[in-house]
Ligand binder design. Structure first.
Ligand code: DOR
Ligand code: ZN
Length: 430
């Protein structure tokens, strides 16, 4: 008999169907109208959706653990319906060599509530040796604001099989516009969208002929979307909930809490992002969870660090907005779950045979007001305060219940390190 069976209303391939999902050793082995299991868990109410794969989080561990750490960050992920996160390399020390990769993986294995991957930060020292890291990391990250763009030529000579994720803001362009800004509108000007567009174009020109999988993180402007449409190379594109839901304006207060890179921009940019997300031109939603403490944010705007937390609110807020606007849930689940998993070669994000048994249960009528003190971030604040969201009541990761009836039942250290399986490298095909 099958180890475990979960029965309820599942969203599968865009349809809501009542069925049973059979699970053995954390993997989905069968999806049928009825199944018997040694353990059977029924959800007579609620809807079961795949859980999210957030490919862009800054868990700040090691070295910056006054802002967040692997436990608090992944606990927040769990409560937000995220069963897998991929952590960014700008920790202390940065994740740029074998030692720091191994250290981060071991921290994650000790502290993580959900599965996790890591990025290697690409720099001038490791750029020629990226192939040596393929077996060790989940993806590569290039932060263009600190990167000598002429090195892209070196890169294009390599053949690496992991996703190469770009933060697309061009260094020289940002320098040209000057650094100081006193409010969000000025911040958007000092890091103008043309700097994002230029970065996108330079990367694509240099990499057009490579078979790299290029991912553009958190695209924020309509002109970058236009630039992307002018190239033939297949790439993937991400957007964040904050760029979809906020524009740079005086009414966001305190202003420094909304300071982020790339910056929040105009309502026209927001419209273009929504259109591209709904059409599939934007592939995925990623939180860019980048927490800073209130003390760090409560300084003069020009001195405040950029970055806002978001891993716990991403799925709940987006689910609520999609329902309110009548947008197809299938599109949301694709952008939060199946596309990111497939892009990074992970067997997650879909309720189907062979996939990890990762899913959430939601009661679509249980709309909650977002309040920082109900979230699990170490920083204690959220830019989405007072907005509405639908939080999962239950979360399963590899068949194990991590959240039950809105309470934590999972264990710290349960999360496993993930990377693409041999032969299942990243994939940009739709
Ligand atoms: O706003 C940002 N904050 N953008 C980044 O690229 C980095 C991030 C951080 O680490 O705080
Ligand atoms: Zn980031």
């Amino acid at each position: 008999m099958i180890e475990k069976v979960v029965e309820g209303k599942f969203l599968i391939d865009g349809k809501i169907i009542h069925c049973c999902v059979g699970i053995e050793r954390g993997t989905i082995v069968d999806v049928k109208k009825s199944l018997d299991g040694e353990t059977k868990i029924r959800f007579p109410r609620g809807l079961i959706l795949p859980s999210a794969v957030d490919v862009h989080v800054h868990l700040r561990d090691p070295g910056l653990t006054h802002k967040e750490d692997f436990s608090t960050g992944t606990l927040s992920a769990a409560f937000g319906g995220v069963s897998c996160v991929i952590d960014m390399p700008n920790t202390k020390p940065p994740t740029v060599d074998k030692e720091s990769c191994k250290e981060k993986i071991s921290i994650g294995e000790r502290k993580s509530y959900v599965d996790f991957g890591i990025y290697l930060g690409v720099n001038e020292n490791n750029i020629k040796k990226l192939r040596d890291f393929e077996g060790l990391v989940t993806g590569f990250k290039i932060y263009l604001p600190d990167f000598d763009i002429t090195l892209l030529g070196e890169l294009s000579k390599l053949k690496v099989k992991r996703v190469l994720a770009f933060h697309a803001e061009e260094k020289r362009c940002i320098e040209k516009f000057g650094k100081k800004s006193e409010n969000l509108i000025e911040h958007a000007k000092t890091r103008a969208s043309v700097c994002e567009k230029t970065a996108v174009e330079k990367v694509l020109k240099e990499m057009e002929k490579t078979d790299f999988h290029i991912h553009f993180c958190h695209i924020s402007s309509s002109i970058s979307l236009y630039a992307l449409s002018q190239f033939k190379k297949k790439v993937s594109v991400g957007v964040t909930p904050h760029h979809l839901l906020f524009k740079a304006s005086r009414s966001l207060t305190p202003q420094s809490y909304y300071k982020v890179n790339p910056p929040l921009r105009t309502s026209l940019d927001q419209e273009a992002l929504w259109e591209a997300l709904l059409s599939g031109e934007i592939d995925i939603i990623e939180s860019d969870h980048a927490p800073h403490t209130t003390d760090e944010k409560e300084v003069d705007f020009s001195e405040a660090p950029s970055g806002i937390p978001g891993v716990e609110t991403m799925y709940p807020v987006m689910l609520y907005v999609f329902l309110m606007k009548g947008y197809p849930l299938e599109r949301l689940v694709s952008a939060l779950c199946s596309r990111p998993a497939r892009l990074f070669g992970l067997k997650k994000g879909r309720i189907a045979k062979g996939m990890d048994a990762d899913f959430i249960v939601v009661d679509l009528k249980k709309v909650k007001k977002i309040m920082a003190d109900r979230l699990h971030y170490k920083c204690g604040w959220t830019p989405f305060e007072g907005m509405k969201g639908i939080f999962p009541t239950d979360l399963f990761v590899r068949g194990e219940r991590i959240i039950e009836d809105e309470e934590l039942v999972g264990d710290r250290g349960f999360g496993r390190f993930v990377k693409p399986r041999e032969g299942e490298e990243s994939c940009t095909e739709k």
